[in-house]
Each structure stands twice: as C-alpha cells, then as structure tokens.
Design a protein around this ligand. Structure first.
Ligand SMILES: [Zn+2]
Length: 182
C-alpha cells in the first residue's frame, strides 16, 4: 500500500516532503469532486441531500460513489479545509486500493461504509498520501511538534498526531540507542 501512495505522489511530481493536493490527485484519476453546496446549487432533491447529510451534518465527511464504471466523490464542505483534504485522501484511498462496492453497507445513519478492514486500509492510505513515512520520520528526528507538521502538510493537528505517533517512538528509541539527548 505504501508503494501505491508513493507512486501517486511521484505521479504528481512531489518529493516526500511536499504537501499533496488531494483535489489534484482526484483530477489525475478523472474523479470529479462535488461539495454538498454544489449539489444544493444544482437543485438536488431535498431527500437526496438528506441522504448525503445523514443524521448529523457535522459528522458526515465524504463518500466515493460509483456510477457504472465512473466514480465521483461528494464531500461535506462544512468542514475545515484541512479536514476536507484528509476526507478526500481517505476516499481516494478506497479508490486506489480498488475496494469493491459489493460489500458497501448503508449504516443506520445512512453513511456508506466499506468493511472495517477496508476502512483501516483507506485510513492508512490517506496517511501515506498526505504525510509519507519518510517525512514523518524526518519530522520526528527534527523534533517537530504537531502544529509544525500540520502546517507543512496542510493537515489538522490531530491528523499530524496520528501520523507522528509511530515515527516519534522510532526517533525516541534511536536517540536512546545512540545516547543523544532530546
Ligand atoms: Zn472509508
């Protein structure tokens, strides 16, 4: 999976330390991204809007939706841009890993979900796409805090924390091993 993310990043001409634009990646794959506001402007049936919104507007993030062989992404633009970027990267993760829609279930709150395993994979992919492993390790060795990582890769501080946790453990261990004080 890591290799898939790496290939996608180099396809966009990015090195390991540059932020990725998930919207550009969606374009690369011919996947149009619509916001809920877009859909509203196009007079989508209120029922359909409700469907996307699910029970709570605030929690709904985005969905990859199949139309025959084509794919589109609908995203909730009520979220902050950093959150939207990771939502799109997550949905692209499902696409890049070619997750089948056969097992997609509609949850009780009308959210589309792949199975737990596939959700974990998509989460992993969004992490690798937005902050590659190498970049996370570099940042950990350089003692960057979550805010610095978040700024450099245009992600939320929570997302940065999620990506940095493992890298920091590794950096900490290496520092101990070589007797470097941090
Ligand atoms: Zn998902």
């Amino acid at each position: 999976m890591r290799e898939v993310a790496q290939e996608e990043r180099s396809g966009l001409g990015l090195n390991d330390h540059e932020p990725l634009d998930p919207y550009a990646l969606a374009r690369e794959h011919g996947i149009p991204v619509y916001t809920l506001s877009d859909l509203r402007d196009h007079d989508l049936e209120p029922d359909a809007l409700d469907h996307f919104h699910g029970a709570s507007t605030s929690s709904w993030s985005a969905a990859l939706i199949p139309f025959d062989t084509a794919r589109i992404i609908v995203e909730n633009d009520a979220h902050s841009l950093v959150r939207r970027r990771s939502n799109i990267a997550h949905e692209l993760g499902h696409h890049l890993l070619e997750h089948s829609f056969d097992n997609v279930i509609l949850g009780e709150d009308h959210k589309r979900q792949f199975d737990t395993h596939q959700e974990k994979q998509a989460k992993f992919m969004s992490g690798e796409l937005l902050i590659p492993d190498k970049a996370a390790r570099r940042a950990a060795y350089d003692n960057w805090d979550n805010a610095q990582v978040a700024r450099a890769f245009a992600v939320s501080e929570q997302f940065a924390q999620m990506r940095m946790y493992g890298a920091r453990v590794i950096a900490e261990r290496a520092a101990k091993k070589f007797g470097i004080s941090r």
